[in-house]
Design a protein around this ligand. Structure first.
Ligand code: ZN
Length: 253
């Protein structure tokens, strides 16, 4: 049955459609990911203004017919506007990768309040400008994996549960079991374990994260290709539809 529904949402992407419209993908708090047609969104002086830009946090009214691929949007208003994300290139790059990732890994119309909460708090922290955007992006990826059902635990051996500090201190690198999402000690390791190596310093980053919660990071943390490589390998292993994020590449070039 079709109905008119209202939900808070984050705009994930917007593409042009026809002469004057846009098809906008929202991650709604109540109904998960929904694509909606916004008629007249590109007419000068239209009432939607900047609400349809990716990363916008909005309240959206949708005429929703279950099973329809593109729904109809009748209203969209800001619930919070970002002051700083949109003026700092690193913050834009981090935020755009967050919304791209969510758009890629979530199924249509599948509610995931944990993921929604993570995305809104990550964007809020990004705007607050006290934590490095890269820290926030990697933190967000780790927590999102948890919300999608493949939570990583860096604090103990993925095989025997031994605390990581007991076996990860001596060697220069730590092997992470990609399948089970955690470091692996020497007695549990075997050639059959699909692993990725993390340096001691990168491992420290993961150990400082709080499971299920975004934040608590350092302001000066810089971009880290090894961490990015590890996280994309981790997502690719657990999600068939995962591909490398493109938003990052745009800002890198
Ligand atoms: Zn072990």
């Amino acid at each position: 049955m079709s109905s008119i529904v209202k939900s808070e949402a984050v705009v994930l992407r917007a593409v042009k459609f026809g002469e004057s419209s846009r098809i906008v993908t929202f991650f709604t708090e109540d109904f998960g990911k929904i694509a909606g047609m916004v008629k007249g969104a590109r007419r000068p002086g239209n009432r939607f203004g900047s609400t349809l830009q990716p990363m916008s946090r909005v309240s959206v009214v949708i005429y929703r017919k279950p099973g329809r691929e593109v729904q109809t949007v009748s209203q969209c208003d800001h619930v919070r506007t970002w002051r700083r994300i949109t003026t700092d290139l690193d913050r834009i790059a981090a935020g755009m990768q967050m919304v791209e990732l969510v758009g890629m890994v979530l199924h249509d119309e599948e509610e995931n309040r944990e993921a929604y909460g993570l995305l809104t708090s990550a964007l809020g922290e990004l705007d607050a400008e006290t934590i490095s955007p890269w820290w926030l992006f990697y933190d967000f990826e780790v927590q999102l994996a948890g919300a999608l059902g493949f939570r990583a635990d860096f604090h103990r051996c993925a095989g025997c549960g031994r605390p990581a500090e007991e076996f990860s201190g001596a060697a220069g690198t730590v092997k992470i079991d990609i399948g089970r999402g955690g470091p692996i000690c020497r007695s549990c390791d075997s050639p059959a374990v699909r692993g990725a190596l993390l340096s001691r310093g990168d491992m420290d980053f993961f150990l400082r994260l709080t499971p299920g919660k975004i934040g608590g990071g350092a302001p000066a943390f810089t971009r880290n290709e090894q961490i990015e490589k590890f996280l994309s390998e981790y997502f690719a292993f657990h999600l068939a539809g995962y591909r490398k994020l493109r938003s990052g590449e745009v800002f890198r070039s």
